[in-house]
Design a binder for this molecule. Structure first.
Ligand code: GMT
Length: 377
């Protein structure tokens, strides 16, 4: 496609939506498009230099009158300035709240100045399934989805849920999340494995933002059950509100020696490289990017069967899925995977499945969609 100038708006944090947006921007820049990130701080994964990559920080001044600083207005103003000065062709906003509504406002301001900019909104999950449905946001979310020139969702399930719960008049295109297999691949880290599992224990990993939706107590319970049967260790990567309770539960169960909380890690792929099993018992998951990252490093997944996870984890092939909260079934499945006769096959299958989500397969879908949106607007 012809090279274009794209503005990407996202949350710059470790969360899945920010990761997807940043990796997409980096890949577009490598393809020769000019990519301008517009966020309140440097995205975590925006860690490399490319002549086509630009970063614009949203600066907002606080004022004693503001109990709630109006970030959305500062963001919209920044979008106006970047679109105008950098002559952008398209804005791609990730996560509906408040990015899609800020983009709508920027678009209206620009229109008054004779500048037209199409907006693509990508729905990631909690912006629909948890936050967006809340009546305090729902009218604005519905409006800004309908006013976007293009809308994508990261799974069929998220699309379905959006159509069920919002009065959507726009088409929604499903473009699944992706992985950079150059970055997420099994690396030789035998020394690390030896340090964590000195007696050849099985290594189980969980990564998340430790919010309620991730069902952290289920992670600990499943591990506790596995640990009774198979010598094993658990690494908990990430941080968030549920961490203290999880540590408390480990103390109660007397498994602290075998569970390590590593906090927020940059190089998750290094830990995944030595893992045997990934646990994702989430209450809700529109896609499950963390599971895809594990699979790319040849780690099979025991997960719940909620949301978009069945579109990624293949039952009995790349791992297993159970009903949300069914800790017994998850334990049973984990033990099947960890059986030495089964593990190599599950690992190979996990990698094979992850390859279907290689960024080189998904990037052209975004490019084609941008072209379509620009042609129709
Ligand atoms: O999982 C989270 O709580 C973070 C959230 C986010 O917005 O960053 O993740 C959502 O978007 C990811 C990227 O598209 C998906 O892989 C996650 O499944 C989704 N989380 C939920 O739906 C709970």
């Amino acid at each position: 496609m012809k090279k274009i100038k794209i503005g990407i708006v996202c949350y710059p944090t470790f969360g899945g939506s920010g990761v997807v947006a940043t990796e997409l921007g980096k890949a577009l820049a490598q393809e020769g498009h000019e990519v301008h990130f517009i966020t309140y701080s440097q995205p975590q994964r925006l860690d490399f230099l490319n002549e086509n990559l630009f970063y614009h920080e949203v600066n907002f001044r606080n004022y004693p009158l503001f109990e709630y600083p109006p970030y959305e207005l500062a963001l919209a103003s920044k979008m106006v300035s970047v679109v105008k000065n950098e002559k952008l062709d398209l804005l791609h906003v990730h996560y509906a709240i408040p990015h899609a509504s800020a983009a709508y406002m920027a678009k209206q301001i620009l229109r008054k100045q004779g500048i037209y900019i199409p907006v693509v909104t990508t729905l990631h999950g909690t912006d629909i399934t948890l936050v967006g449905k809340d009546s305090s946001y729902e009218p604005v979310v519905t409006f800004s989805i309908n006013e976007s020139e293009g809308v994508t969702a990261v799974s069929e399930d998220l699309k379905k849920e959006t159509l069920e719960h919002f009065d959507i008049t726009n088409d929604i295109r499903v473009i699944p999340n992706f992985i950079d297999l150059e970055k997420f691949k099994k690396q030789k880290k035998d020394h690390f494995k030896k340090a964590i599992c000195p007696n050849g224990e099985a290594l189980i990993v969980h990564t998340s933002n430790f919010r309620k939706v991730k069902r952290i107590p289920d992670v600990i319970s499943v591990f506790y059950n596995i640990h009774k049967v198979v010598p094993s260790k658990l690494l908990m990567i990430g941080d968030g509100p549920e961490r203290n309770e999880a540590e408390e539960k480990c103390r109660e169960l007397k498994i602290c020696d075998d569970v390590r909380f590593l906090g927020k890690l940059e190089a998750v792929e290094e830990v995944l490289s030595v893992a045997d099993l990934f646990l994702m018992p989430s209450e809700k998951e529109s896609f499950g990017l963390a599971a895809l990252e594990a699979m790319a490093c040849e780690v099979p997944v025991v997960s719940s069967n909620t949301g978009g996870i069945p579109e990624l984890n293949v039952q009995g092939v790349t791992g297993f899925m159970s009903n949300v909260g069914d800790v017994e079934d998850m334990t049973k499945n984990a033990l099947i995977i960890l059986d030495k006769n089964n593990l190599p096959t599950f690992k190979a299958n996990a990698l094979k499945r992850a390859q279907e989500f290689d960024i080189t397969n998904i990037l052209p879908q975004y490019e084609a969609y941008y072209e379509e949106v620009m042609a129709n607007s």
